[in-house]
Design a protein around this ligand. Sequence first.
Ligand SMILES: *[C@@H]1O[C@H](CO)[C@@H](O)[C@H](O)[C@H]1NC(C)=O
Ligand SMILES: *[C@@H]1O[C@H](CO)[C@@H](O)[C@H](O)[C@H]1NC(C)=O
Ligand SMILES: *[C@@H]1O[C@H](CO)[C@@H](O)[C@H](O)[C@H]1NC(C)=O
Ligand SMILES: *[C@@H]1O[C@H](CO)[C@@H](O)[C@H](O)[C@H]1NC(C)=O
Ligand SMILES: *[C@@H]1O[C@H](CO)[C@@H](O)[C@H](O)[C@H]1NC(C)=O
Length: 394
Amino acid sequence: MEGIWIWMLIMAMVAGNHAAEFNVLKFGAKGDGKTDDSAAILNAWKEACKSSEASTVVIPKGTYMVGSMAIQGPCQAPIAILAEKVRFVAPIDPARLTSHNGWFNFQGIDKFSLQGGRFDGQGEITWHENNCAAGKCGSMPINLSFHQITNSVIHSITSFDSKQFHINVLSCTNVTFQRIRISSPHESLNTDGMHIARSSGINLTQADIKTGDDCVSVGDGSEQVNIEDMWCGPGHGIAIGSLGQYNNEEPVIGITVKNCTLTNTVNGVRLMTRPASSTEGIARDLHFKDIVMDNVTTPILIDQEYCPYNLCDTKVPSRVKISDVSFEDIRGTSASKLAVKLRCSKGVPCENVVLSNIKLAYQGSDGAATSECANVKPILKGEMFPPACEVSST
Ligand SMILES: *[C@@H]1O[C@H](CO)[C@@H](O)[C@H](O)[C@H]1NC(C)=O
Ligand SMILES: *[C@@H]1O[C@H](CO)[C@@H](O)[C@H](O)[C@H]1NC(C)=O
Ligand SMILES: *[C@@H]1O[C@H](CO)[C@@H](O)[C@H](O)[C@H]1NC(C)=O
Ligand SMILES: *[C@@H]1O[C@H](CO)[C@@H](O)[C@H](O)[C@H]1NC(C)=O
Ligand SMILES: *[C@@H]1O[C@H](CO)[C@@H](O)[C@H](O)[C@H]1NC(C)=O
């Protein structure tokens, strides 16, 4: 129902049916890639947001140079931004990105739709003007952040050639992200394609993500998140976590990852929690199904001793309880021998973990794929290669 309703809303908006139109050119935007169009676009947004009938901010084809953009509600009626064939470029001088909330910060909007838009954090222009000698070299804080967005659709947005790019989804409810394309260099560190936290009813479909970190990471407080039809790689794969690092983390419940292909990624699908977590935590009802692994270093991973940079005490078990997890119909190739690693917490062992129809072959010629388990007794169904829990430890 919800999906259909949103689609009708979008169709009505895109078709411009009775929707008030606010063309940014009428507000003084130039779209020449040189003029700072931030104020013009923000003014068009503010007017549209005041409209009592459904409105559309129309951004015609062109290249728009913009600084920090706080696109905020609440608005009087449903509102759309139509930005097909539009390229946004960040200012040449990173000092002009004044906000800490991201380059584009969409916040507090209900019934919003964003359609199209290519976001170039460091497009040709900025590359050109980069002054690496002065230390201004690819260090711009480029984020698109969606904060407190509800009942909305984000459709066909793209980012190419930008370092440090990611989409941050925080405290959002009922938002569909469709056809999101992200391509940032393999060597870019700490640039999750999309990070989702404290949100519910999030659908990510038909995404194509190439990055130096996780394609998608799902943090604490996420519920009912569906990821479908995604292409991921290179990158670190699809991650739930890490959890248990901070106090007062909220549970992660109801995450589904379906029909995805991961190519040359470091991990496939993984769940990480920190050892010595300060408080108890919950991660349950997590399902991974129909996943193709193509030369993935560790295709299936539960790691409750996740400790980057060794900054924690791995001897104290994690207190995040993982239960009702399934890995179903996962096939393809592993770049390392250890293809399935389920390392659960000694303190709160994993419960009701299902492995069903797993078929992972080791890419190398020096042996076959293997598996390892600790503090978990998975329920096995169907085909199983490598055989489950070949090595069991505690
Ligand atoms: C980008 O997002 C990360 C969180 O994912 C945040 O730590 C960082 O401050 C953000 N940067 C900007 C400029 O918003
Ligand atoms: C997300 O997808 C699920 C399953 O296809 C669907 O039931 C739900 O309504 C969708 N949510 C939104 C916000 O579109
Ligand atoms: C999200 O969608 C559900 C189901 O349609 C609805 O009951 C709920 O009120 C929505 N949440 C918000 C914050 O609008
Ligand atoms: C999703 O499934 C369809 C139909 O089997 C397939 O054509 C498509 O390649 C799959 N997508 C991904 C990302 O695996
Ligand atoms: C497979 O992955 C490994 C490790 O990431 C990489 O070195 C190798 O080039 C990849 N092989 C192919 C065929 O892409």
